[in-house]
Design a binder for this molecule. Sequence first.
Ligand SMILES: *[C@@H]1O[C@H](CO)[C@@H](O)[C@H](O)[C@H]1NC(C)=O
Ligand SMILES: *[C@@H]1O[C@H](CO)[C@@H](O)[C@H](O)[C@H]1NC(C)=O
Ligand SMILES: *[C@@H]1O[C@H](CO)[C@@H](O)[C@H](O)[C@H]1NC(C)=O
Length: 227
Amino acid sequence: MAPSLASASLLSLAGIAAASASPSPLVVSSPAKVPTGASWSVPHDFASFSFPAHFFKDYAGTISLCWNGCPCDRVWYNASQKIDSYNWYNESSLTAALGIADRVYIGPAFFGGFNNFPGTHWSWQINMGTDYGEEGGLDNAMEVAKLVMDRVQDRLESFEIGNEPEYFVTLGERQENYTIDDYVRDWNKYADAASERVLKGNKYRLDETRFFQGGTFTSGQDEEWNV
Ligand SMILES: *[C@@H]1O[C@H](CO)[C@@H](O)[C@H](O)[C@H]1NC(C)=O
Ligand SMILES: *[C@@H]1O[C@H](CO)[C@@H](O)[C@H](O)[C@H]1NC(C)=O
Ligand SMILES: *[C@@H]1O[C@H](CO)[C@@H](O)[C@H](O)[C@H]1NC(C)=O
């Protein structure tokens, strides 16, 4: 439940921001009763935090324990890597200027970072963005998802697949002709792989097929991607 609640909370914050920026009063009507199928209201004691992969270490500490979040589309797992994570910045990239690493290389110690948050529930974002031109991007992402699941166990709430796909082309993660149809195809491919290779037969009673958080888009401004 947490991921959908988190989304609801983000949407309401976005709504407030839009309303305050508006030059004229915004008229909003709502039904008197909660509609059937409405999402749950956000409990007042609910708190949710999003950690980008490249900053996880700053929050979780370094001592051979570490963890992660949003440029998960830039995560690459290396089982031989001694240090928990290593950020690489391409000085000419658009996102490096914003302090976002272009590549986040993680090793086995990275996953120990979850231990520093006892009792915390997690949603993990599977890398569907960059594969650095190397073979095995999907395999690597599934290996990471499995390691996260085995570490977090029944406190794993969902997998998200890829982040802000309308930026994949701008950020050089997909070719110019990449469309929303391609994204849906990719999303299903990754979801099927996670169901089959990660969730199937898991020991933590996690749902094997309906375990995915909907796609997260940057904004509704790009018409092609405005779903
Ligand atoms: C993985 O890590 C090892 C140890 O640091 C390093 O020698 C190797 O080059 C890395 N492999 C890749 C593909 O980055
Ligand atoms: C660095 O970013 C620039 C601009 O996006 C790109 O052309 C170049 O290929 C990138 N270099 C590497 C090694 O990824
Ligand atoms: C997209 O562009 C690439 C490179 O130009 C090409 O190989 C691929 O076939 C194109 N895909 C579609 C669906 O047109």
